[in-house]
Design a protein around this ligand. Structure first.
Ligand code: 13P
Ligand code: SF4
Length: 311
């Protein structure tokens, strides 16, 4: 393997031009990757950007289910990822066969699945949602229909409270958001009495109860821009703090506290598998690629298109 260039940022910019490639990055990526991305966003914004792009190559700096969604929406384009091993605990905790068996037990129910799931689960779902449009999607389902919501039980419970709809929940969770400590958050609130607590709906109920604002990654960012406050305790993955600090340099952002002081548990170990080096190599070699069975891909597209039409 030839040596890596000293200036990875410039080399990535050159490769993007050479290969007619676009770099999409989630807010949970490392700051250096965020800074070289063409589109930065939450799960919904990135799916929308993937649908719109006319680039020949999509390099997706996020996790596997996000790149898979980009491929489902762009079967004729090359979709590459920096690291194929960048998975997600929510997607891993909901295997397609077990999900289909669950659905089969409730044949009259409508199933809404969070985008953090595999193509197999998407293909067996009626609707996909993200954290920014989930409430709207749930409200669009006729009142007399039972709803199966997978795979995030925390987002599901939050939506039940918001919409008043009873739903059957798959018992999955995000390894990052479920490790925030309520006890340590109480301590932080005492230390920063003027700080506002803001949280992603993947967090557990006691954390959401303490939050003044709950929303998707983008909604949290927008809140910190428009809100007159000066200090925020941010209960989601640490990567988003980079954009919050850039957008509001006069405000203070405090990372949400994990269970133990010593761990970096508020960083997603899957998202953080991606590095600038791997982004460079993926663009240079046009691999690893997302490849999918065409039948599965077409079936998985149906509930994603329904979501995009409602968003
Ligand atoms: P959003 O991008 O919808 O905020 O979801 C966060 C997340 O956990 C992505 O994996
Ligand atoms: Fe999955 Fe949680 Fe990582 Fe998002 S933060 S990719 S939900 S493990």
């Amino acid at each position: 393997m030839s040596a890596l260039p000293d200036d990875l940022e410039a080399a990535i910019a050159d490769l993007k031009k050479q290969k007619n490639a676009v770099l999409l990055a989630h807010y949970y990526q490392d700051a250096d990757i965020q800074d070289v991305a063409d589109y930065l966003g939450d799960s919904l914004q990135l799916a929308q950007a993937a649908k719109k792009t006319e680039a020949a190559v999509i390099c997706f700096a996020g996790v596997h289910f996000m790149a898979e969604t980009a491929k489902i929406l762009n079967p004729d384009r090359v979709v590459i990822v920096p690291d194929l091993e960048a998975g997600c605990s929510l997607a891993d905790g909901c295997p397609g066969d077990r999900f289909s068996a669950w659905r089969a037990q409730h044949p009259d129910a409508v199933s809404v699945s969070y985008i953090n799931c595999s193509a197999e689960v998407k293909a067996a779902s009626d609707y996909i949602c993200t954290s920014s449009n989930a409430e709207k999607i749930i409200r669009a389902i006729p009142e007399d229909k039972e709803i199966l919501f997978a795979p995030d039980k925390n987002l599901g419970r939050y939506l039940m409270q918001k919409t008043g709809r009873k739903m059957r929940l798959w018992q999955g969770s995000c390894v990052v958001h479920e490790t925030f400590s309520e006890r340590r958050l109480v301590g932080l609130r005492e230390r920063y009495p003027d700080a506002k607590i803001i949280a992603h709906p993947e967090c557990e109920e006691p954390i959401l109860k303490m939050a003044e604002f709950v929303g998707s990654t983008t909604a949290l960012l927008k809140f910190t821009i428009s809100d007159p406050g000066k200090q925020y305790i941010v209960m989601t993955e640490d990567g988003i703090l980079h954009q919050m600090r850039k957008a509001s340099p006069d405000k203070e952002f405090i990372s949400g506290p994990p269970q133990q002081n010593s761990c970096a548990c508020n960083e997603c170990p899957f998202m953080k598998k991606n590095t600038m080096e791997k982004v460079y190599l993926a663009l240079r070699d046009l691999e690893p690629r997302i490849e999918m069975d065409p039948v599965l891909r077409e079936r998985a597209r149906v509930p994603i298109d329904r979501m995009l039409a409602l968003s």
